[in-house]
Ligand binder design. Structure first.
Ligand SMILES: C[S@@+](CC[C@H](N)C(=O)[O-])C[C@H]1O[C@@H](n2cnc3c(N)ncnc32)[C@H](O)[C@@H]1O
Length: 235
């Protein structure tokens, strides 16, 4: 693993760290019944994910982070949801949140190695979500993930790959932003995005999938819906 990727993984591991005192306080403040709905960064993204995937028999939330999507799918009726991530703190948090919101025994969160996906049996999931992952990783890692998502999806699987907006950011030393190789955006020396247009992503995804639709959403406070949800079927 090169240092760009290992630094990115260290960043994500730290991002999902939650200490015991923080967890204790969190449990006092949440609505255990409906609070899971607030875990998603966007209501529109959550609703599209649950509308497309909650009826599937066996769903994978790949690169799940804190597990908002897997938990939402479980709470929306999906009986078999596997949420995996390669950093430990993400899975500790996903298990904590899954239990806090009563995700149930059909929700499994597991810390896996980076080659886990290449060892999963082909055609084993009829629903796959990969949210905010492929455009935050080095291009070769992302392309390997995309190829394997297609491989482990059943013939009629419903697949959603969502990602950030396309950014034309330029290097800005005052804000510790550096753009390398035209589209790799580093913040404080950590790769945070490999920015591509809709057309560029459609070409990359089109090698393995039919792009049925691209939906757009925003995070709270953003003026424009520019984040993307690629709704896919196997080609
Ligand atoms: C921006 S976070 C997205 C988390 C979550 N899916 C969401 O929508 O909020 C990117 C996640 O991808 C994970 N990740 C990085 N490399 C990965 C890999 N090879 N396989 C699976 N997940 C990976 C990181 O650990 C991190 O949790």
């Amino acid at each position: 693993m090169n240092s760009t990727y290992s630094d990115a993984l260290k960043f994500w591991d730290q991002a999902f760290e939650m200490g015991d005192a923080e967890k204790e306080q969190y449990l006092k403040e949440i609505d255990p019944e409906n609070g899971w709905k607030e875990l998603a960064s966007s209501e529109k993204l959550r609703d599209i994910v649950t509308a497309h995937l909650s009826g599937c028999n066996k769903v994978l939330d790949y690169g799940c982070g804190e597990g908002w999507a897997g938990i939402a799918l479980s709470k929306s009726g999906c009986k078999d949801v596997t949420a995996v991530d390669v950093v430990e703190n993400a899975i500790k948090l996903a298990n904590f949140l899954g239990s806090a919101y009563g995700a149930g025994s059909g929700f499994k969160a597991e810390c896996v190695s980076t080659d886990w996906i290449s060892k999963e049996k082909e055609a084993s999931y009829d629903g796959i979500l990969c949210s905010n992952v492929v455009d935050v990783l080095p291009a070769d890692v992302a392309e390997d993930i995309i190829k394997n998502i297609a491989r482990i999806a059943t013939k009629d699987a419903k697949i959603i790959i969502s990602m950030n907006y396309h950014s034309n950011a330029a290097s800005d030393p005052e804000r510790n932003i550096e753009v390398k190789n035209g589209n790799e955006i580093y913040v404080n020396g950590v790769l945070r995005m490999v920015s591509r247009t809709d057309e560029e992503w459609t070409d990359i995804l089109g090698e393995h999938f039919k792009v049925e639709k691209i939906e757009y959403f925003a995070w709270p406070g953003e003026a424009r819906e520019a984040r993307r949800i690629f709704i896919l079927r196997k080609a």
